[in-house]
Design a protein around this ligand. Structure first.
Ligand SMILES: [Mn+2]
Length: 296
């Protein structure tokens, strides 16, 4: 496997730098604030696989975007960030993959960088959240998703992507999880969403809930199926009735007022969308999160 790093600062065997790089990124961690990495894994995907191709597709199309974000009035060219490539993972069962993700995220944190992970399926998030919550025990978690992902197990696996948030919650000492505008799940999951007070029906509701937590470290996990299938058809479990760019932009404004310390963008399955617009949307979400992570 190729290794382009010239760094003695960390274990470079954790990452593979074959393939494209996200626009504007560096390959050396010196002077960087944010560490981007991909996890090309779709081992538990229940309906339509293909998220293993997500990180590469996001990088490929990123060069078609501007580096400047008018909403944030920030430019990626002014933000030194590293694209570490893909985490080297074994295919098959999720447990060793999640352990590897935790190890890789830990390495990114030890470099003094804020991690941004590109999936891959949603089950990988618990590995990243575990590492970030170890550094920030008061971490607050915000989830964008069509699905509640609160199952204890699914098809015999504790680490199916349908259990992603259940596993993340176990890694979150504060228990402060906010689930934004979830629109699909079991009756039991919705009962829990309501009784726990974690379901935020709108960005405005989230704004109010986060207001007293200002200053706390925040991690945002973006399952791209939160967006409407009309604008993001390239995902394995599409769910009609979703959201659009202005809704995400509203969230970006909200996150600007908070201390974002990590995040992920998961569940892009680029081969399910021949037009390629899903990957472009995912790359733009990535740009917003990079700029938020690098900004405050
Ligand atoms: Mn989902």
């Amino acid at each position: 496997m190729a290794n382009l790093f010239d760094s003695t600062l960390f274990d470079t065997s954790l990452f593979d730098t074959d393939g494209a790089i996200y626009m504007g990124a560096q390959r050396a961690p010196e002077h960087c604030r944010v560490g981007l990495f991909g996890v090309p894994y779709d081992g538990t995907t229940s309906f339509r696989p293909g998220t293993r191709f997500g990180p590469a597709a996001i990088r490929d199309v990123s060069s078609g975007l501007e580096t400047y974000c008018p909403q944030l009035d920030r430019d990626l060219e002014d933000l030194p960030f590293i694209d570490l490539g893909a985490v080297e993972i074994p295919f098959g069962a999720p447990e060793p993959v999640i352990a590897r993700v935790q190890q890789a995220t830990q390495a990114v944190l030890e470099l003094g960088l804020r991690p941004l992970m590109l999936g891959g399926e949603h089950s990988i998030s618990s590995g990243a959240v575990a590492a970030v919550a170890k550094q920030h025990p008061d971490l607050v978690l915000v989830q964008l998703d069509a699905h509640a992902d609160l199952r204890h197990e699914w098809l015999g696996s504790l680490h199916s992507h349908a259990c992603a948030m259940r596993r993340c919650l176990e890694m979150l000492p504060s228990g402060d999880l906010f689930q934004l505008a979830i629109r699909s799940g079991t009756k039991e999951e919705f009962k829990e969403l309501h009784s726990s007070g974690r379901l935020m029906p709108t960005v405005d509701a989230l704004r109010k809930a986060l207001a007293p937590l200002k200053g706390r470290p925040v991690y945002v996990t973006v399952d791209l199926d939160w967006f409407d299938p009309a604008v993001l058809p390239g995902t394995g479990t599409p769910e009609p009735g979703g959201y659009f760019w202005p809704d995400f932009a509203d969230l970006v404004s909200l996150l600007q007022e908070h201390r974002l310390v990590g995040g992920d963008v998961v569940e892009l399955s680029p081969q399910l969308d021949g037009s390629g617009i899903s990957a472009v949307l995912a790359a733009k979400v990535t740009r917003s999160l990079l700029l938020l992570l690098g900004g405050g």
